[in-house]
Unconditional design. Structure first.
Length: 411
């Protein structure tokens, strides 16, 4: 184990050797150079908290001697305080990473946020990204640390002039991104600028929507559906008689139907990944109609063309229906009825409550989260029970929708 005063010149003069030879410095104890056949490497050796360590610092010729000796001196100093060089290295990397993350953009943190949220559906991630791209496009390439409370207040108010609900939603997403950054990266941003909206009570109060189809409207609604048969009419009827979320019905595939058993499977619902629900005989008939239309459409395709599984395809042929408001307005034209697909869900729940279906069953039928109440945990809802209640709800809605009997005059 030769020792010498290591300098830039003495290191240069050290000969290469077939067998690895280590030369130790007489000034910085533990600092040395290891020679090989074709290269020389700076290293440091010592003991930290009773544990011996040895690690390479850099290659001679690539790393300057002064830099190598400085790193060796720091490692030995840290070791004297019980800090292992690997821990020191990790700490230095953490500081570097924190600095890099501090300059990362809103878009970078958004991608990082969605990548770590395993329960977020892809459609939800896409919805969040579309919202940011539409309402704050100029912020996407801005370092997250540059977003100030003043910017938040101003932009929230600006978006609120167009849509109060979208203003709230956009900044709830941004707030979540900041919280994610602080959770994963050791309080990278001491303050979440979006909290200013809470401190100023600036969040918009959005009244809960209560629109649903009244009995008198149901008659007109069903008459309009029968006058405009097709994909959207069937879509609305399935929504009305199942209480499902719009996207759950829109994305239904033929492989998700068990019509002989009166069941369908919903993929990636809001509360679970796979959800089996009963459907009434009326809904079975509607879905059989959709399956027949699908088979007819597929029969017209060439052998090398991919067959579709979607029961409610978009008019463009790309995926399922997504925003049928224009067609809904055409169907309801002249009726005085204004509704959205989500109003079908409210209508289903309203009439189910009207005939005394329990809240527990209602939640199970429409895919709402079941509470952790101890008593609820003992209740086991069988599929036959759910099918009976689903049929009851359908019959109540159809009863309300039935046209008034025509009066006949007696001669």
């Amino acid at each position: 184990m030769p020792t010498m005063k290591l300098t830039e010149k003495t290191v240069e003069r050290l000969p290469f050797s077939a067998d690895s030879i280590e030369y130790y410095d007489t000034k910085i104890i533990g600092f040395g150079v290891r020679t090989g056949k074709k290269s020389k490497t700076y290293f440091v050796k010592g003991r930290a908290d009773g544990e011996q360590f040895k690690r390479s610092i850099g290659i001679v010729g690539i790393m300057e001697f002064d830099d190598a000796s400085e790193l060796a001196h720091k490692a030995i100093k840290d070791a004297s305080q019980g800090l292992h060089p690997e821990e020191s290295k990790k700490a230095a990397q953490a500081i570097k990473t924190k600095a890099e993350r501090g300059n990362a953009t809103l878009e970078w943190f958004f991608n990082d946020y969605t990548a770590t949220r395993k329960t977020l559906k892809q459609s939800t991630k896409d919805h969040y990204k579309e919202g940011l791209g539409y309402y704050v496009p100029e912020w996407l390439q801005k370092p997250l640390q540059d977003i100030s409370t003043e910017m938040v207040v101003s932009k929230h108010a600006e978006i609120g002039k167009k849509s109060k609900s979208q203003a709230n939603h956009t900044f709830k997403v941004i707030r979540a991104i900041f919280n994610h950054a602080n959770t994963l990266y050791d309080d990278l941003f001491p303050k979440n600028p979006v909290t200013i909206l809470s401190r100023l009570s600036a969040w918009y109060k959005i009244p809960r929507k209560k629109n649903y189809l009244k009995p008198s409207q149901l008659k007109t609604f069903y008459k309009s559906l029968h006058n405009h048969p097709g994909v959207i009419a069937d879509y609305l009827e399935v929504l009305l008689l199942t209480g499902c979320r719009p996207n759950e019905v829109a994305s239904l595939k033929s492989t998700m139907l068990f019509l002989k058993d009166g069941l369908i499977t919903l993929d990636e619902t809001k509360t679970t990944e796979d959800y089996l629900i009963p459907i009434s005989s009326t809904v079975v008939a509607v879905l059989e109609r959709r399956v027949k239309a699908l088979e007819e459409a597929n029969s017209k395709l060439k052998d090398d063309e991919e067959k579709s599984l979607l029961l409610f395809p978009s008019r463009t042929g790309e995926g399922h229906i997504k925003d049928p408001r224009k067609t809904i307005n055409i169907i309801l034209s002249g009726t005085g009825i204004s509704l959205t697909p989500y109003d079908m869900r409210r209508t289903f729940l309203t009439y189910s409550d009207e005939i005394g279906i329990t809240k527990f069953v209602q939640k199970r039928l429409v895919g709402h989260a079941i509470s952790d109440d101890v008593t609820d945990g003992y209740i086991q809802l069988t599929m036959p029970r759910l099918k009976r209640d689903t049929e009851k709800i359908t019959q109540e809605i159809l009863l309300q929708a039935a046209p008034e009997p025509e009066e006949t005059s007696e001669e």
